[in-house]
Each structure stands twice: as C-alpha cells, then as structure tokens.
Design a binder for this molecule. Structure first.
Ligand code: KIV
Ligand code: ZN
Length: 507
C-alpha cells in the first residue's frame, strides 16, 4: 500500500532562526514562490507576533501563494493567535500553528508553569483559536524529552479543543531513530489514526533525517523540514534528503510526496544565495560533490554503467551534466542555450543583463562554467528588484603593512556621481567606510563571507555581506574575479536593498 506523506516546509520560519540569517520580504516572497512550485504542502511563512516584518511577510505570502497552504506560528497566547490568524486570513489555504513546551524541564525553567496550569493554558488558547481559524496544528515543543504519558494527555486535550493536526518536535535533536519511532508509534496507537501526526526534528546529533524517516515508518504522515537543512543551531531535517530517501527507497518506505524532485537543485541554489548560507560540497543530494567522481575506478564504473556508483540519477534532482562550454567567443545564442540547459527561465531583461556580465567576465576568464552562470543570473535577478540604486564606477585603494588603508569609491545613482574616501583596518574595511559615507548612514557589517565560485587563480570570487540598519539586516552579493571589487559590489548591493526596502515599506 502506498502512503502520501505531506511536506511542511519551515525554511522561512525555523530556517530563518539560523544564526546570521535574516530575510527581507522580497527574499521571503521569492523563496515562497519557489517552494510552491516545488510542490510542498505547507509553507510556514513566519511567526507574525515576533515582529512587524514577519507579520507583513506572512500577509504578503498569504496573498500571493495559492497552491501550498500558508502556516503562521503562534505561542499559546491570545494575542499571538489573533495576530497569526489575521496574517493568514487572506490565504487560499492556511494553517494556524500553535505551540507550547510540554517537558518538565521547559515547564519549570522556561514557562514557570505546573502541569495543571499548562493544561488550562492549552485548552483556553485552543478554545479561542478555533473561534478565529479552521485548520489548527498543535505542537508540543520538546516533546521527545517530555513524560510520554503527560505528552499524550496534552495532545488529546489539544485535539478535543480544536487542533486538527498534531506535531511532535524533537526540539533539541536529542532523540535516536528507534526511540523516536517508538514514541510516534505510541502516539499513533493512542489516536487510532483519528488525527494526522507530523514530526519536527532538529539535527544536533546529525539524526534529524533518520529520526524523521523512523517517525514516518511508525505512523507520521507529515514532516517538517527546511531547504538545505538550515535552522536553529545545527538545523532541521533537510527537505531534499528526506524527500529523496523516500523516493529512492520506495521499496522500504512505500511513501510518496508531492515534491517535484527535478526542482531540488534549483531551490537549494536559491535558498543558499538568498540566505548567504553556502551548501557544503559533500552535502547529500545538492552538494557540488554529491555526483562527482574523483577516483579513476569510480569514473570508469560510472562511464560504463551509472548505477555502479550512483544511487540517484542526477537529472532526477535537476542536475544536468554540461554539454555546452562557454568562453570569450560565445555569443548570445550559446548563452541562451546554456540557460536552457541549466533550466534557467528568466525575463529577456534579466537574460540581457546576465549576458552583459558574462561578456565582461569571459574577457577576463578563459572558461565560464555553470556555477559562474548561475551566480551571474542570481546577481541580475537581485539587481532587477532594485531601481535607482548605486552603481560602482571605479575604486582605488592604498594599503600596506606599515600604513593605514585608504579606499576611494566613485559611484553613480540616478545620473549623479558620488565620490568619497574612507580609512579602515584593511582595504575592504576602508572601502566599506567610504560607502557608508556615500549612503549617509552608519551601516554595521555583521557578516562577511567569500568563496571561489570556480577553481584557478582567475576564479570568480563571490562575496556575501550582511549589514545592519537599526533592527533590519540586509544581505548583499557581489561577483568578480577581483575580490576587492566583489566586496565593494556586495556592500553596494546590500545598501541598495536597504534603500529599496525603505522606499517600499517606509523603513
Ligand atoms: O523546534 C521546535 O520545537 C519548534 C516548534 C515551534 C515547532 O520549532
Ligand atoms: Zn524547531
């Protein structure tokens, strides 16, 4: 018998709780559209009572997504529930997600409640929730470290008072597959299939995916996950790993999901680029080495018969082996063929701007590979959202180990030129200080990352920065063979995003 398992994606909520990740509304909408296209059943869009920005993001996603249900998180608190229900009121399909911790540890040290008081709070909150929303999921935070008897009592009470589905989190990633599976079986037996059971596994011991799969084998019909496994601390169960384990070992699990697996590589790239969190090369399914074969014996085997060393056809997760190699002589036609090969579909304006960037790059770099192209298109997409932003014209630096660094930057905006100089601890710091002077704001750099997009001394350096402006954070990206220039471009990109957000949302 085949079972359908529902996919509850929480990249935009638990994923965004990852240290260093903060998404603005445009970023969130972009990820939400792509999750909808991917075919997930639920998109947890945020925690509306936690901030004005989160509330706006949940509202916007609710208005724009129609295939997936949009979930909003709330504590067992009347105000939280009212705000969350209101934020998803325009969703075609929505889910109110209410949680409270049930372990004695959390009751004592976090909530300061007795078990009796907790039961009263759950009943009162759900009684209120069902007057404002139809579909309600109840989560028992730290369920795996709760007394199972008490946990089941709370879950039953939640269902009696209006919860339509229940979620069992392994909040601190403490459980093991056999233990978690047994817990889910016990809960499933006590509900006799009357309510869908979901699980939410964290990865502190690297067991999130195994625990999720064990739960599915023991009665769970829904699982929480994030793209690339991002999330609090060590992250959540990775969407692509659970989905591909179910698909590849259908013989063992007998379960299907509605996810279009050919879009997995694409969504992984998008989430990585928008959050600034790079995917490790050895990450299953979506890492750059997941289908790479270095040893001669393996290469030989794969060339004769792919399944000798590959259990998944890379094309089934959207990775195509490249046929077209681009270089400085390649024209528009070859560039468009390459985009089609990489399954990149964008507006003519974005293609044109990526093509211009490609011509510029290919004059400085012998071969431009697939990752270069993806990075250039990503940059064109980000820039297309920004109107009237700053554009780099030129820069100069002076630095050495016996003098302070100085950076002079020349930019244009709306036909007007701006030039400023800055001093800093190093050339990049000096340039960022000059850019702050141009923007007239003291943006604070809170994160800086650099990676070589490709190999070789002429590799493209992709810089990702995160800057802070009051309570908001903005990510910026820049790509160039010159890493100082990539850094300046990334900082300008982040400033433009900050100004763009200020313009449309008034700060
Ligand atoms: O980890 C957790 O327990 C959670 C709940 C809010 C579902 O994220
Ligand atoms: Zn969580």
């Amino acid at each position: 018998m085949q079972r359908m398992i529902r996919v509850f994606d929480t990249t935009l909520r638990d994923g965004e709780q990852m240290p260093g990740v903060s998404l603005n509304i445009g970023d969130k909408l972009r990820i939400a559209y792509n999750l909808e296209r991917l075919g997930v059943d639920f998109i947890e869009a945020g925690f509306p009572a936690s901030s004005k920005n989160d509330r706006r993001a949940v509202e916007k996603i609710s208005e724009n997504v129609s295939e997936s249900a949009v979930a909003a998180l709330a504590r067992c608190d009347i105000n939280d529930i009212a705000v969350a229900a209101d934020a998803i009121s325009k969703a075609k399909k929505g889910l109110l997600h209410i949680f409270i911790a049930t372990s004695d540890l959390h009751l004592r040290y976090k909530l300061g409640l007795s078990r009796e008081q907790l039961l009263e709070k759950v009943a009162a909150s759900l009684d209120y929730a069902k007057t404002v929303y139809g579909d309600i999921q109840f989560s028992a935070e730290d369920a795996s470290r709760s007394d199972p008897e008490f946990l089941i009592k709370v879950l039953k009470l939640a269902v009696e008072h209006g919860a339509t589905r229940i979620n069992i989190p392994d909040t601190v990633g403490y459980s093991t597959p056999a233990e978690f599976g047994a817990l889910i079986k016990r809960i499933d037996d006590s509900f006799c299939g009357s309510v869908p059971i979901s699980v939410h596994c964290h990865n502190d011991l690297g067991l999130a995916v195994s625990n999720t799969l064990s739960a599915i084998q023991n009665g769970a019909s829904q699982f929480d996950c994030t793209v690339n496994g991002i999330g609090e601390r060590a992250g959540n169960a990775s969407l692509e790993e659970v989905v591909m384990a179910l698909a590849t070992r259908f013989d063992v699990f007998g379960c299907k999901t509605s996810v279009d697996t050919k879009l997995l590589s694409r969504i992984s790239n998008i989430v990585s680029s928008v959050t600034g969190v790079y995917v490790p090369p050895n990450k299953p399914i979506v890492g750059s080495n997941a289908f790479a074969h270095e040893s001669g014996i393996h290469q030989h085997g794969v060339l004769n018969e792919r399944s000798t060393y590959e259990i998944i056809d890379p094309r089934s997760v959207g990775i195509k082996s490249s046929k077209i190699v681009l270089g400085k002589l390649s024209g528009h036609h070859a560039f468009e063929e390459k985009l089609a090969e990489l399954d990149i579909k964008q507006s003519p304006e974005i293609v044109e701007s990526a093509f211009k960037a490609f011509k510029d790059l290919s004059s400085r770099k012998n071969t431009v590979d697939d990752d270069d192209i993806r990075a250039l298109v990503e940059e064109a997409i980000i820039d297309s959202h920004i109107h009237d932003g700053f554009e780099l014209v030129s820069y100069q630096i002076q630095c050495g180990d016996t003098i302070s660094s100085m950076g002079m930057i020349n930019v244009v905006r709306g036909g007007q030129c701006f030039t400023e100089a800055g001093i800093g601890a190093g050339p990049i710091d000096a340039c960022f200080n000059a850019l702050n002077r141009i923007a007239g704001k003291e943006f604070k750099l809170i994160n800086y990352g650099i990676k070589a997009v490709t190999g070789g001394t002429d590799a493209l350096g992709e810089v990702s920065v995160r800057i802070e402006d009051g309570e908001n954070e903005f990510v910026g990206k820049g790509v160039d063979t010159d890493i100082i220039k990539s850094s300046i471009k990334a900082y300008i990109n982040a400033i433009n995003r900050a100004m763009f957000t200020e313009n449309i949302y008034g700060g």
